[in-house]
Every structure is written in C-alpha cells, then in structure tokens.
Write a protein that binds this ligand. Sequence first.
Ligand SMILES: [Cu+2]
Length: 248
Amino acid sequence: MSTTLERQGAVGVTAPPAAGDRYTAGAALAVVAVLIAIQVLAREVIPPLAGFAVLYLVVAAALAARRPRWLLVAVGLLALVHLVGSVPFFVENLAHPESPASFVSEALVALTVTVTLVGAVTGLRPSWSVARRPVAVGAAVLAALAVVVSLIASSGVEADTRRDGDITVEAVRSTFPERVELAAGASVLWVDNQDPFHHTLVIEGTDVRAALPGSSAVRVGVDLDPGRYTFLCDVPGHESMQGTLDVR
Ligand SMILES: [Cu+2]
C-alpha cells in the first residue's frame, strides 16, 4: 500500500496535510446549534449570540481541517471569554428550571462551551487528551438531566387565570407595554408571559417583584400610591423590557 507522501509525491507535496481536531470542531458546532436554537425560540436575532455563533462557526470550520496551536489558543480564549461573560445569565436562568427554554438552553450553553474549552486545552496538552471522552459523555449526561429536571419543574407550573378587574400586562418577545395605567390602592396585574423564556416583573421603588415562568401567566397584587413608576424585567440581557406605570 502506498503512503500519502508517495501518492502526493507527483505533485510535489513534501508534508502530509495536518489533521484537524474533530472533537473541538464538533463541540464548537454544538455551541453554534444551541445559540441558533435560542434565537429561534426568541423569534429574533440577538446580536451577542449571533456574533458568538459566527465566531464558533468559523473556528469549527478551520479546526475541522487543521489544528495549529494558535487556533487552539484562540478557541480556548473564545470559550473562556464566553463562559466568564455568561456567568450572570447562568446564575439567573439556571435558578429557574420551571422555564425549560431558559434553563435547558443556558445549561446547554454552559456544557457545550465547557467541552469546547476542554477540547482546546487538551489539544494544546496532548497528554491530557484522555479526559476528552469522559468530559463529552459527562456533558451529555448532564444535558439529559437538565431536560428531565426542567420538564418535571415546569409540569408543576399552573398559569393564573385572568379575573375581572385585573390589569393586563403582556410580555411578548422580551418587551413590556410602554405604558400601563392603574388606579391607586389595591389592585391586581395579570402578567401574561407569552415568551417561552423566564422573565420577572419588578416595580422600581416598591417591593413588588414577581417571577414569570415561560409561557405562563401570574396575578400580581399591588397597592401603590399615586405617581409614576418604572416597571421592568431584571433578568440579565433583558434591559429593553421596561415600561411606565401611571398610578392615578
Ligand atoms: Cu425578561
């Protein structure tokens, strides 16, 4: 049987083509798939996620063909920056298994980016590559566990039904109404979260704070003095979810 070098000798190639790193390329592609899925669920392009998806796609394509050290360093840094920058999102969304779109997608981001980071590090330190398979298998098991935990938690969520006199506040595509009017004194906001993602309703300057499970509705009792308040969702990355509450 002829060697690669002998077969390629006729065209003057003197070195075999460098092998790619399919493990790390595959992990990076998994990150891309998760980031795209989140945006499909959100029904909108989320610029930071789209940016990361493009970067992972580029490095996955490059890694599938070759594995120069600089590329592994770049992928490792990308994954590390992504993980560290995502800590506030992990803290918030992983605390809410009752919203599977938030909990599972955040878990999948954490796991696929971690496997990518492990791929980059073990690619740079070949003696550590024995860890690759156990890490990938462990990540797959944790991902399956996250799905099961979230399905169980979400099955316990019951949407509150709107009652006569309730003031409706809708959360749609991570947006609250610009303005809501309310009579002073005791009343109830019926907050209808039409997104699959976890949101919150916070009224600034008051102690009103309600968790809003994805695709559910919550009745929130308030008792406010006349005035103008800002209501918002304080989930990291949801800064656009803000409106004015006029209490008369
Ligand atoms: Cu929100």
